[in-house]
Structure formats: structure tokens, C-alpha cells
Design a protein around this ligand. Sequence first.
Ligand code: ES4
Ligand code: ZN
Length: 319
Amino acid sequence: MPLPKAELHLHIEGTLEPELAFALAARNGIALPYADAEELRHKYRFSDLQSFLDLYYELMAVLRTEDDFADLAEAYLTRAAAQGVRHAEVFFDPQAHLARGVEMATVVDGLARALEGAPERHGVSTRLIMCFLRDESAESAAATLDAARPHLDHITGVGLDSAEVGHPPSKFREVYEKAANLGLRRVAHAGEEGPPAYITEALDVLGVERVDHGLRSVEDPDLVARLVRDRVPLTLCPLSNVRLRTVDVLADHPLRAMLEAGLMATVNSDDPAYFGGYADDNFHAVREALGLTDDQLRELARNSFLAAFLDDDEDLRKA
Ligand code: ES4
Ligand code: ZN
């Protein structure tokens, strides 16, 4: 039995398995430039974040209808539940869909339909977090927040993702302030490929409650001391870091040292269809590669529930 856990760093578009991509392409009359799912899977070899993002955005073309988004989320929930996930905070990238002429309502209603049925169907509670693409303008992010206004009953928070280097958190100061005023929770990717200073900015300028990745915090001892002192959760994604060549091999991943330094680390799958594993696959991989103890694995699982945007009456650890 996999450990019960919460997954806090998961891009729903990154759960698009090659077989589902082909099925949705056929349903929508879209031709993919690959012979079949197997040929497509062979393209899942990346040299850095951008080389992954290029394919990630290309394949989104198959997501067109509300049913497509519902089917995508349902497929994820089925796999996540089998890996011990009891609570999932799901990112989505509205700008990537709006740019293709897919409306916000299509995306949110499709995802929300699958997520709303998840407690009964899969024993998984959920939240939805909409991410701004940091390589798009601050004005585009603000317009996206406006477009989401009619749908905020389905959206718990905002995040920041896509190509990090050259797009510091401070670029999004105003839209995060607006989001906070709307009662939205705040997270942001920082320190995946970008420098530790981006993590500091995400905390100080954007007011984030969790840092997504936060991997490069280990380069700055003062920042580590602050993250430990303030119990700032980091949503690490070990298999993602290896696939995107941020870390050479899993045995070099700093997760164990981070736990031992007192950081509030969590383990997540990021874009599991692309990076070779879902939530428990990541737990299993770090246990093997880093020799984590059972206590450390339980600490990771406990951290995931403590760092979740759950209400006080939703203690899923007892489930
Ligand atoms: C992402 Cl791994 C990663 N990093 C930044 N942005 C992303 N969007 C989807 N996956
Ligand atoms: Zn991510």
C-alpha cells in the first residue's frame, strides 16, 4: 500500500499520456506529427526546461472541449488514487488554452466536473490553482485573472510557471496583489532553473505561501535558514529535476540534505506523463536513490498534508 499523501505540484496538462493525446486528437480531427503513441513517447527526452515546454505546449493542441479537460483530469485522478494520493492541488495554464481559442469556461468547467466527482469516485479531495505563464507579459497575466473572475468559485489560488530564467517573480507583483485581494492563495515556481534570489522575491514581493521547486535554495545558506525558520513548504519534484537535467542523477538530488537541514520538503510529480512517474513513483525513486528512512518518507507525507490548502475540518491523514 502506498503511503497516503497530498500532491501539491502537478500540472494537469503534464498528465497527458501519449495514448490519451492520440485518442483526443482523433476525436477532434487533429493530426499529430507522430506515427503513434510509441513514437511520441520517444520524444520525451529533454535537455532542459525549455525543450520540455516546447513539446508540452505543442501537445496541448489536442485539448479543445470541456469533455477533453474532464477526461484528462479523470485519467490523472485514477492514477493518482492508485498511488496513495488523497488530496491533489492541481495547476492549470489558462493562457496556453486561451491563446488557442479555447475559452476559460471550457477549461474550468471541464476540469471542475472531474474534480468535483473525485471524493466519491476516487477518495481524492482537490483544489484548482491557475498559473500565469511567466514568459508572457504582466498585462496578459492581469487579463487572465480578469477572465477567471466568473469562475473563482472553482479556483483556490494562483501560481507562476513556464520558462523561469529572465522572468523574475517581481514582474508579477501587481497581479499577485490583485489575486490576494480576491482571496486567492499564492504559490510560484522559483529556484527550479532560476537563482535563489527568485525564491526570496517570490516570498517578499509576491507573498507566496509555498515555493514550487525551491531546489536552488540550497545554494544560499541564509535563505535556507529563513525557509527553515518560517516553515515555508517547498514542493520538490525529483524525477522532473532529473529529466530536465537540473540534477544529473537522482543520487545527487539534495532532497535528503534538505530534510536533514529542517526544510519543509514535499515530493510531487510535476508533469508525470513526461517525467516517468506519478506521486508514489517519485517517493519510491528517492527512497531507493537517496536511502531515505521510513521516518523520512512519513515526514514527506506528513509535510504534504500540512502544506496543503485544506480547511481545518478536512484532516485527510485520518482517512
Ligand atoms: C513546468 Cl517542470 C515546469 N516548470 C515550469 N513550468 C512548467 N509548466 C509545466 N511544467
Ligand atoms: Zn511545475
